[in-house]
Design a protein around this ligand. Structure first.
Ligand code: PLP
Length: 406
């Protein structure tokens, strides 16, 4: 192309598309387990190549490839290497976020290594570390990484830290950690850095800008955007590592997705910018409404100056986004009544769908976290989490108003 694409939607719509040999406009659903070789020579060539394309769907599939290329292009959009060339990334699409995270952890860590992470992680990430990784001899170090003054001493105390895994913003108190600062220190101690960018999406935050090694998404959320499929993606800047070691774990652990879910993800990705703009506009309006409501005790939203990470979010994110949590003055009882009385908003866990989703972390997503633990992180009994959707704002506010005031 003579002109480089200059906008998010152009990249989301056009990058990664593969011309179908039958000239289908959209990338077809390549529902096939295996691929045909014209002759033995061709088969040998495909097996011998680093890309391992068109061999067997557990190893890769054209329907996956479109999504992988699109998401890699979005995460790299506008970013340059130190020498001024465009940043190139390689992604692997998995059956779920958890499958992609398994590839991330197992392709980088062996027994005796340590992983450093922080409080208030997605429940599945925390459990994968403490229940699976710990069981195979990987040391799990959880520290309060919002306190940057402790960082150096943590690395000095644990020279075996191989990977630092960050999640920002994080569930459900929307706390953030400083990607740039932590990455700089981690690099000085020879550690790799991965960022769970699920809540932000590349549109709101591009961790590769700060030199991280891997970005992870549960594509189930905003990237798919419509709640039609589970999926996960691991994106890396070491292309060779992604095509060899990460790919090996992906293929051998059997973490591949399926062509139909990939097709759904590919359709969703094209409207990422449009959806995020609306999600964000609505999220800010809902946060403002709740924050000034007499019956609301407090609101956790990184766009409010009262949030401890207001300035940090401003530094590393394009917009505070559509995720928030809040507590009513009546605590748990008032919260339950509020949830029950909602008429339009959807009562469900997960996030990032076009409809507004409302959940109760203490009894749902964080039911596995001991009460003393979750209270420490601000996950109180009455806390309500909202993933604000793209409905017309008046209808969202009307629903919230009638549910609070009824
Ligand atoms: C949902 C989610 C995951 C796990 O992804 P699945 O697609 O459910 O396997 C990991 N991290 C975050 C932040 C999530 O929201």
């Amino acid at each position: 192309m003579k002109n480089e694409l200059t906008g998010w939607s152009s990249v989301a719509v056009h990058s990664g598309n593969i011309q179908d040999p039958n000239y289908a406009h959209l990338t077809p659903i390549y529902a096939t387990s295996t691929f045909v070789f014209d002759n033995a020579e061709q088969g040998m060539e495909r097996f011998g190549s680093l890309d391992k394309e068109n061999i067997y769907t557990r190893w890769g599939n054209p329907s996956f490839k479109v999504c992988e290329q699109k998401i890699a292009a979005l995460e790299a959009f506008g970013l340059k290497n130190e020498d001024g060339t465009a940043l190139e990334l390689k992604a692997l699409l998995h059956a779920s976020g958890q499958a992609a995270m398994s590839t991330l952890f197992f392709s980088n860590l062996v027994s005796g290594d340590a992983i450093l992470s922080h409080q208030s992680l997605y429940g599945g990430s925390y459990e994968l570390m403490t229940k699976i990784l710990a069981g195979v001899g990987i040391e799990i170090i959880i520290e309060d990484l919002s306190d940057l003054s402790i960082l150096e001493s943590v690395f000095r105390k644990h020279p075996n830290i191989k990977l630092v895994h960050l999640e920002t913003p994080a569930n459900p108190t929307i706390r953030c950690v400083d990607i740039e600062h932590i990455t700089r220190v981690a690099k000085a101690y020879g550690a790799l850095v991965s960022v769970d960018n699920t809540f932000a999406t590349p549109y709101l935050q591009q961790p590769f800008k700060y030199g991280v090694d891997f970005v992870f998404h549960s594509t189930t959320k905003f990237l798919n955007g419509h709640g039609t499929a589970i999926g996960g993606i691991l994106i890396g800047k070491n292309i060779h590592f992604m095509k060899t070691k990460a790919w090996k774990w992906y293929a051998l652990l059997g973490g591949n997705g399926n062509p139909f879910d990939a097709y759904l993800l590919n359709q969703g990705l094209k409207t990422l910018e449009l959806r995020m703009e609306k999600h964000c506009e609505n999220g800010a309006a809902v946060a403002e409404y709740l924050n000034s409501h007499i019956k609301v005790d407090h609101v956790n939203y990184i766009g409010l100056p009262s949030h401890p990470d207001f300035l940090l979010a401003k530094k590393q994110m394009r917009h505070p986004g559509p995720m928030l949590s809040f507590e009513l003055k009546g605590g748990l009882e008032a919260g339950k009544k509020f949830i029950d009385r909602l008429e339009m908003c959807t009562r469900a866990v997960s996030l990032g769908t076009v409809d507004t989703l409302v959940s109760h972390p203490a009894s749902m997503t964080h039911v596995g976290v001991p009460k003393e633990e979750r209270l420490k992180y601000g996950i109180t009994d009455g806390l309500i989490r909202m993933s604000v959707g793209i409905e017309n704002i008046k209808d969202i506010l009307n629903d919230i108003e009638q549910a609070i005031d009824a």
